[in-house]
Write a protein that binds this ligand. Structure first.
Ligand code: ARG
Length: 467
């Protein structure tokens, strides 16, 4: 229930001309969006100022009325910003709340503001402006997250850790390389954000209800005043389209998925069993019963926020699915999904940036784990190919026997005596021990995009130049 529940039986002051009585209380409740679309007040007022200025420029309203309107709208802006504005549910939404207040402030001139526009293009404008600003904010936040990872990657370009597949130790990698994997993911998210800004950079105002208008408006003028590249080209599409909101949610869902993978890794890495990282006190919590605990709650919540964001994406896709052109009131349900997802995404990126910056990396633990689980077995096989001329498949088999032997002796590959290795294959020499260390293993992987410290530094340099 919205806070304002006063029921008047008089018809709506904005559109009630053909109505004899006012709406049922339930009608009012289901219809009203002011409870959430008041968030759009700044965009609504900005749009109205641009529209009124254009109307006056085109001689559609007088300069005097335009001045009154602009002055009144600025007054309303400060009233709302300072918390001195009374929102009314009877006035449905932000558009009519602002216009009704304008009428109280400046009298009949207020009635001229809605010339050559409709709430359909008005809401499309307000919401686009809001989503555009949110995308710009997201772009900056992702840039900060990427910067945090670049710093950690630089610091740990040589720190060896186990790389995993199936969450089983696979091959040694560097922590810097692992950090750079996230830079790639969040870099793709950021370019999706940039594309989305380009896509939505068209001004809807002037499409009117759906068919355009007979007044001699200048849509290029309003587009420019509001910072859009150009006006939209089809008035029917303009008031029907919520692709920009769905695109925001899709991007949020993909970024959320990336954030949840990072969150999960942090949860795993910070367990005492792994002990790869220690979260700062600022980004962890204690237990009310178990004094020894330090819990990664923020990471867990980031993992969970992804569920909310996915829910919003599916909700809006479902709301829009099958709607006939042009505007339908269903579309009023777009805003809460986007507002909720935006809040979750912002929090998740901010929390992750903090965690990545603050966490202590236990390089000794990582290195010890990197060497266990026969992580350099591939290096032994590669050595047999390179130095003893074996086909890779045979080398794989020989190495498998060496691993089985080490396992039965309860030691690492590098701890097997040369005689044992030579019993498995006579061409093995003591040179083989050079490639069995984790440092030698990572240093050898210099292929483009590989884990060698030199290559990781190239990747870092690429991203630093790209920012
Ligand atoms: N509050 C409405 C919304 O958010 C504004 C547009 C209303 N348009 C209409 N034809 N009733 O969608």
């Amino acid at each position: 229930m919205a806070d304002d529940t006063t029921d008047t039986k008089s018809s709506n002051q904005m559109w009630g001309g053909r109505f004899a009585s006012g709406p049922d209380a339930i009608m009012e409740e289901i219809n009203a969006s002011i409870g959430f679309d008041k968030k759009l007040f700044a965009q609504d007022i900005r749009g109205s100022i641009a529209h009124a200025t254009m109307l006056a420029h085109q001689g559609i309203i007088s300069a005097e009325d335009k001045d009154k309107i602009v002055h009144g709208l600025n007054t309303i802006l400060s009233e709302i910003e300072s918390g001195n504005f009374e929102f009314s549910r009877q006035l449905e939404d932000i558009h009519m709340n602002v216009e009704a207040r304008l009428a109280t402030l400046i009298g009949p001139a207020a009635g001229r503001l809605h010339t050559a526009r409709s709430r359909n293009d008005q809401v499309a404008l307000d919401f686009r402006l809001w989503v555009k600003e949110e995308l710009q904010k997201t772009e900056q936040m992702l840039t900060r997250l990427i910067a945090a990872f670049l710093d950690r990657a630089e610091e740990h370009a040589e720190s060896v850790m186990p790389g995993f597949t199936h969450l089983q130790t696979a091959q040694p990698v560097t922590f810097g390389h692992h950090c750079m994997a996230y830079v790639e993911m969040f870099g793709r998210d950021r370019s999706r954000v940039r594309h989305a800004i380009e896509h939505l950079d068209e001004s809807p105002i002037g499409a009117a209800a759906l068919a355009g208008t007979g007044y001699p408006i200048d849509r290029h003028m309003t587009a420019k005043a509001l910072g859009f590249r150009e006006p939209t080209r089809n008035s029917i599409d303009t008031v029907s389209d919520r692709d920009f909101a769905i695109e925001f949610l899709s991007i949020a869902a993909i970024a959320g998925m990336h954030l949840s993978r990072l969150a999960e890794e942090i949860v795993i890495w910070s367990t005492p069993q792994f002990g790869f990282v220690r979260l700062s006190d600022a980004f962890s919590t204690g237990s009310s019963i178990m004094p020894q605990k330090k819990n990664p709650d923020a990471a867990e919540l980031v993992r969970a926020k992804t569920g909310r964001i996915n829910g919003s994406l599916v909700a809006l896709l479902t709301i829009m699915k099958g709607l006939p052109l042009a505007y339908s009131k269903d579309m009023q349900e777009d805003k809460e999904q986007v507002f909720d997802a935006a809040e979750s995404l912002e929090l998740a990126i901010a929390a992750m940036t903090g965690m990545v910056r603050d966490m202590t990396v236990n390089t000794a633990r990582m290195k010890a784990a990197a060497g266990s689980g026969y992580s350099t077995a591939t290096d032994l096989a590669d050595w047999l190919v390179r130095e003893a001329g074996l086909p890779f498949r045979d080398a794989h088999h020989v190495t498998g026997r060496a691993v089985a032997l080490a396992e039965s002796k309860g030691c690492d590959l590098a701890e097997l005596p040369l005689s044992c290795l030579q019993a498995i294959h006579p061409d093995i020499t003591d040179k083989v021990y050079d490639v069995l260390t984790v440092e030698a293993s990572v240093a050898s992987r210099k292929s483009f995009g590989g884990t060698a410290p030199s290559e990781v530094r190239n990747q870092i340099a690429f991203w630093r130049a790209r920012n």
